[in-house]
Design a protein around this ligand. Structure first.
Ligand SMILES: Cc1cc2nc3c(=O)[nH]c(=O)nc-3n(C[C@H](O)[C@H](O)[C@H](O)COP(=O)(O)O)c2cc1C
Length: 149
């Protein structure tokens, strides 16, 4: 069982969230990789059974390279039926994670609640929430693989 946490982060806030989500997933003994969307390889997305995507919000949406990642890279990685999660840091309106979750649902992914949005730099309490999301992703993954057996 494998999970991947992919993020876009300009000053590290969403990256901090991604790492905490990764720690939560790892704490349930699920194999996980946390990686920038710039560096992720299509085959790593293909192999993952759960894909969490995070982006901060710019000008009321996600930045263009992230939109391209969603519309071209992720969609080509057979995401149908996989577990998804969306998250991101924001400053005032926070649309990007909501748009990511919408796209994931359109691709037929099953998106874990909540779509996690954190204002500015995550506090220790916020990071606990991120870790909790990671645990929920791992548990959903384990539950799903039991059903398949
Ligand atoms: C040029 C610019 C535009 C931004 N536009 C938005 C916006 O439209 N809505 C919002 O909620 N936050 C906006 N922000 C705030 C960022 O989303 C916020 O600083 C976030 O914590 C950055 O996280 P990151 O370090 O993961 O990139 C903007 C920030 C900058 C610098």
């Amino acid at each position: 069982m494998k999970a991947i946490v992919v993020y876009l982060s300009t000053s590290g806030n969403t990256k901090d969230m991604a790492e905490a989500i990764g720690k939560g997933i790892e704490s349930k003994n699920v194999d996980v990789k946390v990686i920038s969307f710039y560096d992720v390889k299509p085959e790593e997305l293909n192999e993952a059974e759960a894909i969490a995507v995070g982006s901060s919000t710019f000008y009321y949406k996600m930045l263009l390279p992230m939109e391209k990642f969603m519309n071209e890279t992720l969609i080509s990685a057979n995401p149908q039926g996989k577990i998804g999660a969306a998250f991101g840091s924001y400053g005032w309106s926070g649309e990007a994670p909501i748009l990511i979750a919408e796209k994931m649902r359109e691709m037929g992914m099953s998106v874990v609640d909540p779509v996690l949005r954190i204002l500015h730099k995550p506090t220790d309490k916020d990071l606990q929430e991120c870790k909790r999301l990671g645990i929920d992703i791992a548990e959903k993954l384990k539950h799903k693989s039991k059903k398949v057996e």
